[in-house]
Ligand binder design. Structure first.
Ligand SMILES: [Zn+2]
Length: 219
């Protein structure tokens, strides 16, 4: 378990917790910036007896698992209004790292309902899409937002927490605890999938791009 109890009544216990927390590079080792992190190298966590080795190692590369993992990371970001985000870093994606970021207007005003192409210009009526030529370009109803992440930015690397108030500290501890809980859910989820599913092979039809006729004027 990554998540630990912290006595949030005292400055010392909170500072001790955040200063002793595991850290990892936010980008790469030569960038030298680090942030709160956890080593979740999934093959390092205790494999339950009833899960076979192949499933345990292969599940990591399955797209279903990758999607589940992105959902968990995304939920964390949304919970913290994208000011804090969790991302995967390190060789073989073994570390979950806490990142700084935010959300801002993307600048896009309209988009094509047919192909999804976004455009900086607004349309007064339904416009023609510059990419697929369909008459399907409409304005965004709400300001279109974009999430950004400061991948190179450190968190509390040179912080001694001397001037921090109790409530500042509590807030930071709670953030790190929520991050630790996320890492616990990631490993729990992984174990759950490995226990309840097995990997089988299936033949699929691979989509291929071909040229077709489409009536001008969209659908
Ligand atoms: Zn289009």
């Amino acid at each position: 378990m990554f998540n630990k109890e912290v006595d949030k009544r005292y400055k010392e216990t909170m500072v001790k917790f955040i200063r002793n927390h595991f850290r990892y590079s936010t980008m790469n080792s030569w960038n030298r910036s680090t942030s709160y992190a956890n080593n979740i190298k999934l093959y390092n966590i205790d494999k339950p007896q009833d899960v076979d080795n192949n499933t345990w190692y292969d599940m990591m590369n399955l797209s279903e698992w990758q999607e589940k993992l992105s959902d968990l990371l995304e939920d964390f970001g949304r919970r913290h209004e994208w000011q804090w985000q969790a991302g995967i870093n390190g060789r073989s994606g073994g570390y979950v790292v806490l990142y700084n970021g935010g959300i801002k207007p993307s600048g896009y005003s309209s988009y094509c309902t047919h192909c999804g192409q976004k455009n900086y210009e607004a349309v007064s009526d339904i416009g023609i899409c510059g990419r697929c030529n369909a008459k399907a370009r409409v304005n965004f109803k709400q300001t279109h937002m974009q999430i950004f992440t400061f991948f190179g930015k450190e968190t509390d690397m040179h912080e001694d927490f001397e001037d921090w108030t109790l409530s500042d500290l509590r807030e930071r501890v709670e953030l790190v605890q929520d991050f630790d809980r996320l890492c616990d859910s990631i490993t729990a989820e992984y174990i759950g999938i490995c226990k309840n599913y097995r990997i089988t092979e299936e033949e699929i039809l691979v989509p291929k791009t071909i040229k077709v006729l489409e009536p001008i004027g969209g659908d």
